[in-house]
Design a binder for this molecule. Structure first.
Ligand SMILES: *Cc1c(COP(=O)(O)O)cnc(C)c1O
Length: 545
């Protein structure tokens, strides 16, 4: 054994000597430096998030865009698209003036109220009547007046200062504890409130990244997630410098492929993620199996319950038993859940929970040497809206266990009713088994975006899915009101009758854009177009400035 090693070493030495024989010292130095540099480059090149083909494709597009005529053409197209977005945005407010400078003196309350009502009247969708998928989970004037009273009392509080507002901290602690108990955490479970699901996800990623760094010395952290996971994880990865390994889902069940997830685990993996349920299809991953993987490989498991959290907790009692997806599973180390979805609180509240403080401590940030003093904070924000905490707390108390069980029963009942109705319609199919409130549909016989388009004309605002094309409805309390679900099913049925007269017709108008966007191989263009759209949200027409 030792001889073989020695032999190889000698061979290596002699071939090196051969390679360098007759070379000047400076040549040897440059040669070694450049080969080291090449090795470093090669290592980097091979160890990236994207496959080599993807990177070659990207590089090719980048090169193509170096050709002035191509770049010019793209710029022109983008300008036209931006102008379309801007026109669309300003059309809605064409009859109003814009305020672009502070009024010289403060406006009267009446005047401000008049102006806010003008702004709130913009928009064509009748979301108060339940035409929207998700978005507005509850619209109850009694609850709103409670929320307004609570916000009035707490609007200027800030839990960044626990000494000034100990009561706000107490309420936050209570919300976290209530949530820990709902998700079957033990005495060690803990967490914080955040401003929304995305912040909770970013926090869980940060906690697990730093935990892995400190405990395992992981330097190139990677998270392993289903392709159906919420885009918040990609956002977290962009912010925190993580790599994302996406795992395919089973084409029948739309649950993450556990075997593929297992294969993706390596020494850089800091966290496995399952959704309960996911946003696109509303299917729930096999959280028990992911939990087992976590235990087997010693890797933390995060359950994204942002969407389903405040339903799954109550489904058993509501008569719709569902597989455990919380701290009852020993591998689950963290959970994100949004009161501002099925907890029916106003927007701006979510919770991120941990099995143990050892994870939570890696969520915190502390700046010990700041001249402004030692600064520790639990989440992204410094100052935080105490009012958000208080209205969340008040809404949880307002519903109580019974209120949530009833809401869950009504919502899941309506979602199952809609699912059953949709399954009866021949030219469409339901993706997987909807776990809670989201029902996603597609079609093998016509372009499903045509159905979305037809329903939009009837006043419905549904969510659009891609890869593959689909649409979904996320059932909320708004859809449990009498007649709403039937109207939806009838509108789908009548739209399908119309579409099936000629199933081969391509989709037109705005929906065609989604189809085109899916087919664009250069995803950076899709990204640029999306940035134009985001810009249009801040657009004020020149003649109104
Ligand atoms: C909505 C949602 C999130 C993100 O929540 P936000 O409050 O919108 O930031 C995360 N995961 C799932 C499954 C969701 O549906």
């Amino acid at each position: 054994m030792g001889d073989i090693v020695k032999f190889h070493l000698n061979l290596f030495k002699s071939s090196l000597n051969n390679a360098f024989s007759g070379k000047e010292p400076w040549q040897i130095v440059t040669l070694t430096t450049s080969s080291v540099l090449f090795a470093v480059w090669l290592y980097d090149f091979l160890n990236q998030d994207e496959t080599i083909t993807e990177r070659f494709k990207k590089a090719a597009f980048k090169l193509a865009k170096r050709i002035p005529t191509i770049q010019q053409k793209i710029d022109e197209e983008l300008k036209t698209i931006a102008a379309d977005f801007e026109a669309e945005m300003s059309k809605q407010a064409a009859h109003l003036s814009y305020i672009t400078n502070l009024p010289p003196s403060g406006l009267s309350t009446d005047n401000i109220l008049k102006k806010i009502n003008e702004n709130l009247a913009l928009g064509a969708y009748r979301w108060k009547e339940g035409c929207a998928s998700g978005a507005v989970y509850c619209y109850d004037p009694d609850l709103m007046s409670l929320v307004a009273q609570i916000y009035k009392l707490t609007s200027y509080t800030n839990p960044l200062h626990p000494d000034l507002f100990p009561g706000l901290c107490k309420m936050e602690a209570e919300v976290v504890r209530i949530a820990c108990n709902l998700f079957h955490g033990d005495d060690n479970s803990c967490g914080t409130m955040t401003t929304g699901g995305t912040e909770s996800i970013i926090m869980a990623c940060k906690a697990h990244r730093d935990y892995a760094k400190n405990n395992r010395g992981v330097k190139r952290p990677q998270i392993v997630v289903p392709v159906t996971v919420h885009s918040g994880f990609d956002k977290a990865a962009q912010y925190l410098g993580l790599r994302v390994k996406y795992i395919r889902v089973d084409p029948q069940t739309y649950q993450v492929d556990i075997k593929a997830m297992k294969r993706a685990i390596n020494r850089n993996t800091i966290m496995l993620v399952g959704s309960a349920p996911n946003f696109p299809y509303g299917t729930m991953d096999d959280i028990a199996a992911i939990s087992e993987l976590g235990i087997k490989y010693g890797i933390p498991v995060h359950v994204d319950s942002c969407l389903g959290g405040f339903l799954t907790c109550f489904m058993e009692e509501a008569g719709y038993p569902t597989p455990p997806c919380d701290f009852r599973l020993p591998g689950v180390t963290s959970i994100s859940a949004d009161p501002h979805k099925y907890g029916f609180t106003p927007k701006g509240t979510s919770v991120v929970l941990y099995r143990d403080k050892k994870y939570l401590h890696h969520q915190y940030t502390v700046t010990t040497d700041w001249v402004g003093g030692v600064y520790g904070s639990p989440t992204v924000n410094g100052s935080r809206a105490g009012g958000n905490i208080a209205v969340c707390w008040a809404t949880l108390l307002n519903f109580g266990t019974e209120g949530y069980i009833k809401a869950t029963r009504d919502i899941v009942h309506t979602a199952r009713y809609i699912e059953k109705g949709l399954r009866r319609l021949k030219p469409i199919f339901v993706f997987g088994q909807p776990a809670t409130s989201v029902v996603a549909i597609g079609s093998n016989e016509f372009d499903i975006y045509r159905l979305s388009d037809a329903l939009q004309k009837l006043g419905w605002c549904l969510n659009i899915l891609q890869f593959p094309s689909g649409i979904h409805i996320c059932v909320t309390l708004m859809h449990t009101k009498p007649g709403v679900a039937d109207k939806f099913l009838n509108d789908v049925k009548s739209s399908l009758t119309e579409i099936m007269k000629d199933p081969g017709v391509p989709v037109e108008g705005k929906m065609a854009l989604y189809g085109t966007a899916q087919k664009l191989p250069d995803r950076s263009i899709v990204s640029e177009i999306t940035k134009c759209y985001l810009d249009s949200m801040y657009f004020i027409p020149k003649n109104k400035q």
